[in-house]
Every structure is written in structure tokens, then in C-alpha cells.
Design a protein around this ligand. Structure first.
Ligand code: GDP
Ligand code: ZN
Length: 313
């Protein structure tokens, strides 16, 4: 009460900033955001009008107005935003401030390198670190594992980390925990590669079974389908978003696609034509590099496929 009166007297934005406390949006549905305070308490919050819609992972300023509820008064600037086209092809943010995208692949269902590259480009364009996880390692004998390891060596050479995991044998799960430790990560990949199984293996059992969030909020089952941020027991946060687990790259300007391929960067700006699309133009430094083996032909092919897919939209 007292707080509210103070506020009406000095209701400039600056003063609201001073009175609000920082919080983290764990999940969002309808008009309600679940905001966690510095002590780990969770509050049901509405968002003040005129503010952008909050998404999972947003950092906000908010005020409590009773023991379990509050009002979001400001949404702090997002470091990264994961977007997804809605049914009208308009881009909608789904999660904010994630800094690592865990791309899960497996041999069953098998993956295509073009698809892996699309995910990698998306991660690069968002400004998040990609991590490649080959799940279901229990299905690989030593020889096929070595072969796959060798094929994926192209990616390790580019600086992308690679982890083999199995939710059956727990192979690699410690390693995966280590990679997740100081990051806010999201798992993406084709349906059936084992993302839900990995999420279950990574989160403490109680978190999933009882749904600690729904207990606090009384929002029940909704919490299991909404994009939700979980704290991992060994540190780090995991954003689980059933809706974006299998996302495709959103429409981006053609010039931008090349910047999603880090190995192209020494050659960009070196082509004869300043607007070179690195397709079959003469004097193209990127194609030249591929011919000399400095860029993988397969990655260049993925780039061409991405260009085509954008052109045909
Ligand atoms: P999602 O669609 O990516 O979320 O995949 P799920 O987690 O639902 O897993 C799909 C299927 O793969 C299920 O039948 C799982 O039991 C199975 N699966 C998940 N992880 C592994 C693994 O490490 N090894 C094997 N052999 N099967 C797995
Ligand atoms: Zn070029």
C-alpha cells in the first residue's frame, strides 16, 4: 500500500525503475508471466499496458502487490531473441537471452548435413553458441562412431563443440552437463532424436514429476506446454520449448546468410562484385576458397540451398 502511494506521487519512469526489483521470466501464458525474484520465489505477474509481451528468459523490473502476485513495469533489453514465424508468417519471439543452442542429432532418425547447417546458421545469426549433440550413441558400434566423429570433424574445426550422448547408457551426459553449466541453452532438432528424453535426464526428477512451477502458480498443466526456463542442478539454465524444438530458419536477407557461415568471413568483401551471392559469379573469393579446399564444398552447398529456400519464399 505504502509503496503504491509513493508511486503515484513520483510516478516518473526513473522512480519506477528505482522501486521495481529485477526478476526473470520463467514462463509466460496468456496475460500471466511467472517471474522469479533474486531469492528464487516465483510470482504470478501481469504486464503493464504498452509494454512489449514478455517471453521466457526475459529480465524484467517488477513490483509485488501481494505475497504471490505482482506487476511487470519494464522489460529489460534482450541480449538475444529466438523467433519463430506464426501461422501468418509473422515473426514472434519465443525465448530471450539464451546464449547456447544445443542441436540434437542422431542416426535414427538420421540427419542431413543441410539441416544441421540450417540450425548452425540460425544459432550464429541469433548470436548464440551452437553445441552439437549426437544422441543415441548406444546405437553406434565403435567403427560407426569413429566414422561419424570424423565426418563431423569439419564442425569441430570450425570451433563448434561436439558431444556424443545416450539417455539409455548415460554416456556423455556428464560432458553435456559441463557444456550447459554457465549458459542459458535450448534444445532443438528433429522429432524423435531424443530431446524430451535428454531434458528429462538433465533435470532433477522432482522438477518434471511434480512440476514445481505449477505447484506455485496453480496454473497446472499449462506449464508443461509453455516454453519454460529450468535451473539445472549443476548450474546453467535450460529453456524447454516444445513448440520450437523443430524450427526452421526464419526469413532473413540473402546477404545475411553468408554471415552465418563463420569460415566464409575471411573472404567476404574480397569478391569481384560487391553484391556477389557466391553462386557462380566470376572472381568469387568464396568459391575460390572452396576450390582450394579452404572451405568445405558441402558447407558451400548448404549455403546455396539456404539461398534458394529464401528466394522461393
Ligand atoms: P524428441 O521427439 O526429440 O523429444 O524425442 P524423444 O525424447 O521423444 O525420443 C524419441 C525416441 O527415442 C523414444 O522412443 C526414446 O525412448 C528414444 N531415445 C531417446 N534417447 C535415446 C537414446 O539415447 N538411445 C536410444 N536407443 N533411444 C533413445
Ligand atoms: Zn562471392
Amino acid at each position: 500500500m505504502v509503496r503504491r502511494r509513493q508511486q503515484t506521487r513520483t510516478s516518473t519512469k526513473e522512480n519506477e525503475r528505482n522501486t521495481g526489483q529485477q526478476g526473470l521470466v520463467l514462463a509466460h501464458f496468456g496475460q500471466i508471466s511467472l517471474v522469479e525474484d533474486a531469492q528464487g520465489e516465483v510470482f504470478r505477474c501481469v504486464t503493464r499496458k504498452k509494454l512489449p509481451r514478455t517471453v521466457c528468459g526475459d529480465r524484467v523490473l517488477w513490483q509485488a502487490n501481494n505475497p504471490r502476485e505482482g506487476v511487470i513495469i519494464d522489460v529489460l533489453e534482450r541480449q538475444t531473441t529466438l523467433v519463430r514465424p506464426d501461422h501468418n508468417n509473422r515473426l514472434r519471439p519465443v525465448a530471450a537471452n539464451l546464449d547456447q543452442i544445443v542441436i540434437v542429432i542422431a542416426t535414427r532418425p538420421s540427419f542431413e548435413y543441410g539441416m544441421l547447417d540450417r540450425y548452425l546458421v540460425a544459432a550464429e545469426l541469433i548470436g548464440a553458441t551452437p553445441l552439437i549433440v549426437v544422441n543415441k550413441s548406444d546405437l553406434l558400434d565403435a567403427q560407426s562412431r569413429a566414422k561419424l566423429q570424423q565426418r563431423l570433424g569439419v564442425y569441430q574445426a570450425l570451433g563448434y563443440a561436439l558431444v556424443f550422448t545416450s539417455t539409455r547408457t548415460t554416456d556423455g551426459l556428464k560432458d553435456l552437463h559441463r557444456h550447459l553449466k554457465s549458459h542459458t541453452s535450448i534444445l532443438v532438432g528433429l522429432s524423435g532424436v531424443g530431446k524430451s528424453s535428454l531434458v528429462q535426464a538433465l533435470l532433477p526428477e522432482t522438477e518434471i514429476r511434480t512440476g514445481s512451477l505449477s505447484r506455485v502458480t496453480g496454473l497446472g498443466r499449462h506449464t508443461t506446454t509453455a516454453t519454460t526456463l529450468y535451473h539445472l542442478p549443476d548450474g546453467g539454465d535450460l529453456i524447454d520449448s516444445p513448440g520450437v524444438r523443430d524450427f526452421t530458419l526464419w526469413p532473413v536477407p540473402v546477404e545475411t546468410i553468408a554471415s552465418g557461415f563463420p569460415e566464409f568471413s575471411p573472404y567476404l568483401g574480397q569478391c569481384r562484385f560487391h553484391n556477389c551471392r557466391h553462386l557462380s559469379e566470376p572472381g568469387c573469393a568464396v568459391q575460390d576458397a572452396a576450390r582450394k579446399g579452404l572451405i568445405s564444398e558441402r558447407r558451400l552447398e548448404s549455403y546455396h540451398e539456404l539461398l534458394e529456400s529464401m528466394d522461393s519464399r
